[in-house]
Design a protein around this ligand. Sequence first.
Ligand SMILES: N[C@@H](CCC(=O)N[C@@H](CS)C(=O)NCC(=O)O)C(=O)O
Length: 230
Amino acid sequence: MTLTVYSISGAPRGWRVLLALEFKQLSYDLHYLEGSKGEHQAAEFRLLNPHGKVPVIVSDGIARRESLALLGWLDRKFSERPLFGTSASEGARIWETTTLFSDYLTEATNSITSPVFNGDDTPPAANSEEAKALEYACDLLKIEYALLEDVLGTNTFLCGDKPSAADAVVYPDLARIMRAQQTKPEFMRAIGLSTIDAQFPTLGRWCRQIQGLPGFENTYPPHWRAAVAA
Ligand SMILES: N[C@@H](CCC(=O)N[C@@H](CS)C(=O)NCC(=O)O)C(=O)O
């Protein structure tokens, strides 16, 4: 069965699915759409997803969408290396961790990455509305990071000793914050977000575990790599 995946380089929901595919060691054809050219909004792509969003997986002529639904489908379709555990209680814990962080971590991350990636190289003026909004978002992010460190404890991965759907969902959000720290270090330091290792060493260790998994490199956003090489 051929799995054709549509994503946009660096799009966190698409990255979730790529990580899940690699965790399960499945092969797939990957098509990156050019987000800046609006390829995901084109009529041709809307036949696959009327909302014009990635990720989409096409197999046997059927287009499937919604990142969490795709993780669920992949796990039911390919039972090896489960993403949602092997028992009801493990499954419940993984779903809970996945949806908790899918909602709250993603919201906090977006509130920081949108102004950082789309704005100037310098943080907004002190006491401006933008500065207050960023400060609030940083506080929220740090709460999520502390919760993640509690969930991790001494585990290798978020829900145990094997990567699960929770790791696939959480990693892309942290990666975007790390990307902001790499590309706009002064901005990020100024808003109180220096490197993950300095502030959240347990999370830093977990990031390296994910980055060291076989196939991780296949999921890494090509335009980030190109920017570093340039
Ligand atoms: N609920 C959807 C959200 C999909 C989504 O928002 N995808 C983003 C990329 S992470 C997208 O396609 N953005 C393009 C746009 O909104 O124009 C999912 O989880 O798959």
